[in-house]
Design a protein. Structure first.
Length: 156
């Protein structure tokens, strides 16, 4: 077995997102012992905390607050937007882009295009196997946001 395979196996077991599931499994297996019951109680409380408390927001705001946003640069030659979070299938089926996780990126590119009118824009990414390539969705969205198409280079 190669290092890559071992690392994947290790991360399957040790990933923080999996630890709660492993705690539940071990707790169920050893539920007749105090150790198992304590793990089940811990796992149940952790699930409730994740459901009702904004733990992710707390963690992110703590990290984001450590770094102040710097001033905007005076000059930008280009903006590179990497694809992802755009569902080309929705545009192919309905003629309109569906809400996904990437719409904030597209609006940010439009803001950068407005702020730096001389900057070239490159949209790179996509999976053409899902119908319309992501670049096609980006083209549609950028047109709707008023970005001149001559400024944008699309890469599938």
């Amino acid at each position: 077995m190669e290092f890559f395979d071992l690392s994947k196996l290790f991360w399957f077991v040790a990933a923080p997102s999996h630890l709660l599931v492993w705690a539940l499994v071990v707790g169920v297996v050893f539920q007749r012992r105090l150790f198992g019951r304590m793990l089940l109680i811990f796992a149940a409380l952790a699930v409730l905390a994740l459901m009702f408390l904004p733990i992710g927001d707390w963690a992110m705001s703590t990290l984001e607050d450590q770094y102040a946003r710097g001033p905007w640069p005076d000059h930008v030659d280009g903006v590179l937007e990497l694809g992802g979070g755009i569902n080309p299938g929705v545009l192919a089926a309905r003629g309109l882009p569906g809400a996904e996780t990437g719409e904030g990126h597209m609006v940010a590119v439009a803001e950068l295009a407005r702020r730096y009118p001389g900057a070239r824009i490159v949209f790179s990414g996509g999976n053409p196997d899902r119908g319309v390539p992501e670049a096609g969705v980006a083209r549609f969205i950028f047109e709707q946001l008023g970005i001149a198409q001559g400024r944008v280079i699309y890469e599938d």
